[in-house]
Design a protein. Sequence first.
Length: 342
Amino acid sequence: MAVWRNSARRGAFKSIRIQILYPCNAKCSWCATRLKNPLFRELYQSGVSDAIHDYYIKVIERMQPEKVFISGGEPLLYPRIAHFLNAIQDHTQQINLFTSYQFSESLRQRIPFTQMPMEKIVLCHTMISFEPRAWADMTANFPFELYVNNIKAITRQPLRKRFKFIINHKSLEEEIALFQEQIKPDQSFEFGLKVINDQGGGINETAIQQTRRFTNKRVIDLDEILIGGHWGSKSYKVGSVEQMAPLLEDGDVTLCPYRSEPLELRFAFYRSNHKGQVLKYRYCPYFPSDFGYRFHIGRDNLDKLERNFYKGSFHNHCHKCRFLKYLPEDTAIELESDVLIS
Ligand code: SF4
C-alpha cells in the first residue's frame, strides 16, 4: 500500500488542482470548460496533454500537497488515468477526482477502476440538478436515467464518494430527497454544498444575481440545511462555501482565507505552440478570469509557484473576486487600498 511521505518534506500548498486535458462528453449549460472540448481533443491527439500531465506529476512529487483535486475534461475517460493516479499516489494523502457521470454504459464499463489506487480516491461530483426536468434543460437532454444508472453502478466501487448540491437552487430540499430515494446512499457517501461560480464571459452572472438573496441566507445557515438533509456526522461540509462565508458579511476581501495562507495552487492550460507549453496558475477558486500567473514548462523554475504567493501582487485583483457577486447590491466592498466599489 502507498505511504504518504514525511510531512516535513511538504511544500507550501495544502492542495493542488489540475485539469486532465481530455474531452468531457457532457454539455452542461453552466460550464465554460465544455467549450474547450475541441481544444482538449486536439491536445490529446498531438501528445501535448500527456506531456502536461507528466509535468503535473513532477509538481505534485515536489510539493507533496495534502490533497490533489483533478477535474477535466473528463478524467475518468482519459486512457492513461490509472497511470496518472498511480504516479501521484505516494505524494499526497488524498486524490479528489471529479466526474460528470455523463457517458454511455459501454464507456463506463471501460473505466479501469481496479487499476486505480482506490484507498486514496474520493470521487467527486457537483449536481447540475437532481430534478429531471431541470436536468434535461441544463445538460442538453442527457438521459437522466442513464445518469442515475451510472451513479448507481460507479458508487458500488470501494472508494469514497462526494456529492455536492447547488445552494442556489430553490428546489434544493426536493433534490436531496429524490437523490436519497433513487441512489440510497450508504456510509461511504459524503455530501456538501456549493454555490454557482461565475465562469468565463460571465456565463453564470444572471443566475447569481437572481438567486443571491436566498443563497446568502443559505450560506449563513449551512448547519440547518445539512441537518435537514439527514446527512449525519460523516457529512462533508467544509469547503469553499463555508470558508468564504465571512466575506458575505460586508465584502471585506482581507478576511479571505485564500489570501492569508497558501491553501490552494490551481493550474489551467493556457497555450501550446512550437515554443512550448504555458500554464496559468492561481491561488483560489474565485479569481477574476482575466488574471492568472503564467508558467512556461521547461523554462520556469518551480520555486516561482510559491514565491508569487508570498511576493506577488495577486491581492490587487481581489476587488474583482467572483464570489463578491453574491453581495447585496448596496454593499460597499472594502479593499486594502483606498479603492471603494459599491
Ligand atoms: S479573488 Fe481574492 S478575495 Fe476572492 S477568493 Fe481569491 S484570494 Fe480570496
